[in-house]
Design a protein around this ligand. Structure first.
Ligand SMILES: [Zn+2]
Ligand SMILES: [Zn+2]
Length: 267
């Protein structure tokens, strides 16, 4: 399985519009420092996980030619508000018909909130019919050829936040990119092959509503993954702490590294 990080950034991508901080200025000149909002792609099954506002840029950068399915972790804009760009890219306005229909896997609870916050989804699904909804919930297993996908609700069924576990040839990758504060059952994934997890907040003295970086490290020590990549790296944290400082914090731990846009993880 080839699991590609399309975006390793946070709710606010890097560079942030207007910002003149060191990292944003670098990112405008050198794409190595650029971080789109969090999403990932599995090549073998043309599957996307999450759909931030800048999804078009990520798909173009990697020259991805087709997306057949999309897994949603939660409704937040940095994970869903790119749905218009993604889905309308599969609509021919001259012929008035879809050129591809994307299957969206989402929990009913998350979908109900999404419909309230992003009502355009109803037009995309019911009027121009460029997507089809499949409701999934905690513990569901879906198979696509050799790859199986397990749905993980952070609070069991009817959760507001989800992770996905991808498995092929007994190798497992857990993708838990955002809002993992209430992810209670993470210890079920001991010794997993690859963990892709939100990095946690470095400014945890100021922000108490998100998982802190030290709490993420505690999880990492309990799960003992073979390899871990930290994602959802916020521009404001890079701005305040600097990439070097954050890099050093991570380098202190073996088998732990920062994800970056375009990183391909081979399982
Ligand atoms: Zn900045
Ligand atoms: Zn997020």
């Amino acid at each position: 399985m080839r699991f590609k990080i399309l975006g390793s950034g946070g709710a606010m991508p890097t560079p942030r519009a207007f910002c003149q901080c060191k990292i944003c200025r670098l990112a405008r000149k050198n794409s190595k420092y650029k971080r789109n909002s969090s999403s990932a792609f599995i090549q073998e099954i043309n599957a996307l996980i999450d759909c931030p506002e800048d999804i078009g840029d990520s798909l173009n950068r990697e020259n991805i030619r087709k997306v057949d399915r999309l897994f949603i972790t939660h409704w937040h804009p940095d994970h869903t508000f790119g749905l218009r760009v993604l889905l309308e890219a599969n609509y021919n306005f001259l012929e008035r018909k879809p050129t591809n229909i994307i299957e969206i896997f989402i929990s009913k609870t998350v979908y109900n909130t999404l419909k309230e916050r992003f009502p355009a989804i109803i037009y995309l699904i019911d009027v121009i019919k460029v997507a089809k909804i499949h409701f999934v919930d905690d513990e569901d297993q879906i198979k696509f050829g050799k790859i199986s996908v397990q749905v993980i609700g952070y609070n069991g069924k009817n959760s507001n936040y989800y992770a996905y576990l991808f498995e092929e040839n007994n190798k497992r990758l857990l993708y838990a990119p955002c809002d993992t504060l209430h992810f209670k059952n993470y210890s079920n994934f001991k010794n997993i092959d690859v963990l892709v997890h939100e990095c946690g907040i470095f400014s945890y003295d100021k922000v108490k509503t998100e998982l802190s970086f030290p709490d993420m490290i505690q999880r990492f020590k309990e799960i003992i993954p073979v390899k871990t990549y930290l994602t959802h790296i916020e521009e404001v944290e890079l701005n305040v702490w600097g990439l070097d400082y954050i890099g050093k914090m991570v380098k202190g731990y073996k088998r732990l590294s920062l994800a970056y846009d375009g990183l391909t993880i081979e399982l």
